[in-house]
Design a protein around this ligand. Structure first.
Ligand code: DX5
Ligand code: ZN
Length: 222
C-alpha cells in the first residue's frame, strides 16, 4: 500500500497541533515526527513531550523517526507520548534486536533505518521482526536536502529479500522526496514516502499529497 507521511520538521513549530490537523485534512496517511538529539545527528528538534502535546490534535498514525544515540532508553517515553510506529537507526548505540523487542513489547510497530553509508544487508537479520525498513535518501539531520538516487539499489535489494522470504515489510524513503523523485523511489520498491519541504512548502499541500500518491502508485512495481 502506498502511504504519504509528511514530516513536521518543515512545518510551523509555533502551531504544531494545527499543522498536524491540517495534514490530516489534506489527506496525509501518516505524520512523520523527526526526533534529533544533537548527538546522533548535528541538529536538535523535539522530543516526547512535544509529541504528547500534539497527539490529541490529529488521528493520523504517528510515525516517529528517532535520530538519537540511545533509542532503547527512550522507547517507553515515545510510546506513552502516542507513537504508533517507532523507527530507530541501526547505527545508534542501542542493540537492534533488544530495541525492536522493546518497541513491540510496548504494543508499538517497529522500524529500522539505515543511513546512506550503511548497506541494506545490515538489516537483513531483523526483517522478520520489523514492520518497516527506512532507507535514508539524505544524510539524516536536516530537511530540504537533495535526494540521493544511489540509494535505490538498497531498496531493490530489500524488496527482493522481503519477497524471497514472503514478508510484507514496509519500505520507507526519507529525504528529498517530491514530485521529481517519488517515482524513482517507488519504482525501486519504496511504498512509504516521507516528505517535509515538498508538502509544507507548497501552497496546496493536499494537491501535493495526492500527486505524490498518484505518481508512486503508478510507478510501484507489481
Ligand atoms: C531528515 C529527516 C527528514 C526530513 C525530510 O533527517 O529525517 O524526515 O524532514 O525533509 P525533506 O522532505 O525536506 O527532505
Ligand atoms: Zn525522518
Amino acid at each position: 500500500m502506498i502511504l504519504i507521511s509528511p514530516s513536521v520538521l518543515a512545518s510551523d513549530f509555533s502551531a504544531l497541533g494545527q499543522e498536524a490537523a491540517r495534514m490530516e485534512a489534506c489527506g496525509a496517511d501518516w505524520l512523520h515526527l523527526d526526533v534529533m538529539d544533537g548527538h546522533f545527528v548535528p541538529n536538535i528538534s523535539f522530543g516526547a513531550p512535544v509529541i504528547r502535546a500534539i497527539r490529541p490534535c490529529a488521528g493520523l498514525k504517528f510515525d516517529v523517526h528517532l535520530m538519537i544515540s540511545e533509542p532503547l532508553r527512550y522507547i517507553e517515553d515515545f510510546v506513552k507520548a502516542g507513537a504508533d510506529r517507532i523507527t530507530f537507526h541501526i547505527e545508534s548505540d542501542s542493540p537492534a534486536a533488544e530495541t525492536i523487542e522493546k518497541i513491540r513489547a510496548c504494543g508499538c510497530e517497529a522500524g529500522l533505518s539505515v543511513k546512506p553509508g550503511t548497506p541494506a544487508e545490515a538489516v537483513f537479520p531483523y526483517l522478520e521482526t520489523l514492520d518497516m525498513v527506512l532507507v535514508m535518501t539524505v544524510e539524516p539531520g536536516f530537511g530540504g536536502q537533495s535526494f540521493m538516487p544511489d540509494m535505490m539499489g538498497k531498496l531493490r535489494a530489500l524488496r527482493a529479500e522481503c519477497s524471497r522470504r514472503g514478508l510484507a515489510v514496509d519500505l520507507q524513503v526519507d529525504g528529498g522526496i517530491g514530485a521529481k523523485t517519488v517515482e524513482t523511489a517507488a519504482a525501486a520498491g519504496a511504498n512509504v514516502f516521507v516528505a517535509g519541504s515538498a508538502v509544507f512548502g507548497a501552497a496546496d499541500p493536499a494537491a501535493v499529497i495526492a500527486d505524490l500518491r498518484a505518481k508512486a502508485t503508478a510507478a510501484f512495481p507489481e
